[in-house]
Design a protein around this ligand. Structure first.
Ligand SMILES: *Cc1c(COP(=O)(O)O)cnc(C)c1O
Length: 403
């Protein structure tokens, strides 16, 4: 991608996504499960732009959604309803009802209480709800605590014992059809062996259920496949898939995998413009250099929220010095990078924040009344706008009639 050209053509701050990269990542993962029936169900929350979803749907992928809004986005982008999974720890009655009416593949349940809600809503609608239970296998994924979800102390899923009870209940219910079993232990796992460990634990329950003639058809291992932001190792996809396949030996189930970050993380960059540089007036030993840019934490919150590292490229040569790259938002936590080595910069220079395709735009906000950035795709060497830059009018449209 010619970042300078894109910045000039579309303005900054700007998200740019390489669609060919997404396709490659999809094929890489799909290929590992060739020996089996499998469904790659993209986790919409990582990047929910409609054009991104449309491109992923065209590969034959399914979608893992965590709200009715995400389900509607997926359908609008051309997803098939029988490839949509509805996960999430708190679904409202309205969302459950709409999901059942849309006849999606299944609802992932995260508590007994939720199961009872789904049952009564299905009964009211005269439907049978296809469900799976999210099991919390109590496996440590060894990732950042904020993105670890498979330990008993996390809010997600239910224990193996409770899951067993739920399956027995659902099996007897006229309005519930237990078709899947699910877990998701965390995100950004560069060592995927905890997923294999979880597969071994959960497949034992699956075997028990099959023995009771509860016909589970889908084994859903969640997402979490990590990517390279810095010096991380690329995860071993072969060992990951083989580990899962071997946990399922002799059982006729379709494997579902729900990658978010893996498909889109490194397809995207966040392009921002330098406003100015400044140095605080402290004594030389505590002197600090700040590069102030037009992008901020409201555009890309990962550095502030998870202390996540993103490589930042200045697109120019020169002697480098450490600096913090910060945005205009009124928070000390507003930074895109700390202690980054960059050459001397001046107003108008472009910085490229790498690995920004996942949990970038989708976590953005209007904090400080900042309009959200534009998004573009690059496909087969051609660039195209896929989301207009917001303007002031967009920010106030739901308020202005009330003053
Ligand atoms: C967030 C999430 C994913 C995707 O996680 P990644 O780390 O982006 O792959 C998949 N499944 C569920 C249930 C999730 O909550």
């Amino acid at each position: 991608m010619d970042y300078l050209l894109l910045a000039k053509k579309y303005g900054t701050p700007l998200y740019a996504y390489d669609f060919d990269y997404i396709e490659n990542q999809y094929n890489k993962l799909k290929k590992e499960f060739n020996a089996r029936k499998s469904l790659i169900a993209y986790a919409v929350k990582a990047n929910s732009n409609l054009s991104v979803l449309k491109h992923i749907a065209a590969q034959g992928a399914g979608f893992d959604c965590v709200s009715i809004g995400e389900i509607k986005r997926a359908l609008m982008a051309g997803a098939q309803n029988y490839k949509i999974i509805y996960s999430g720890v708190g679904k409202s009655d309205e969302e459950i009802e709409q999901a059942l009416n849309l006849d999606i593949l299944m609802l992932n349940l995260e508590s007994e209480e939720e199961m009872k809600r789904v049952e009564s809503i299905a009964e009211k609608l005269g439907k049978t709800a296809r469900i799976s239970v999210r099991v919390n296998p109590n496996v440590d994924p060894k990732t950042h605590p904020y993105i670890s979800t498979g330990l008993s102390e996390n809010k997600f899923g239910v224990s193996i014992d409770k899951a067993r009870k739920m399956y027995l209940y659902a099996h007897k219910s006229e309005f519930l059809d237990p078709v899947g079993i699910h877990f998701h232990i965390g995100s950004q796992l560069t060592d995927l062996s905890p997923v294999v460990e979880a597969s071994n634990i959960v497949s034992k329950l699956l075997r028990e259920l099959k023995a009771l003639e509860i016909d589970i058809k889908f084994f859903d291992v969640g997402g979490g496949v990590g990517i390279r932001y810095d010096q991380e190792n690329d995860p071993d996809l072969y060992a990951y898939a083989q580990g899962i396949l071997s946990a399922l030996k002799g059982m006729d189930v379709t494997i579902i995998c729900e990658p978010g970050r893996f498909l889109v993380g490194n397809c995207g960059v966040f392009i921002t413009k330098v406003l100015y540089e400044k140095t605080n007036d402290a004594k030389p030993e505590s002197r600090k250099r700040f590069v102030i840019v037009d992008g901020a934490m409201n555009d890309l919150i990962r550095p502030s929220l998870y202390e996540a590292y993103h490589e930042i490229d200045a697109l120019k040569e020169g002697e480098s010095e450490l600096c913090d790259v910060v945005g205009p938002v009124c928070e000390s936590g507003d930074f895109l990078g700390k202690n980054i080595s960059l050459p001397e910069l001046s107003s108008g220079d472009i910085l490229v924040v790498k690995s920004a395709g996942a949990y970038g735009f989708s976590m953005s906000s209007n904090y400080n009344s900042r309009p959200r950035a534009a998004e573009i795709e690059v496909k087969g060497g051609k660039d195209r706008l896929i989301r207009k830059r917001e303007n002031f009018e967009d920010l106030i449209q739901n308020e202005k009639e009330f003053i």
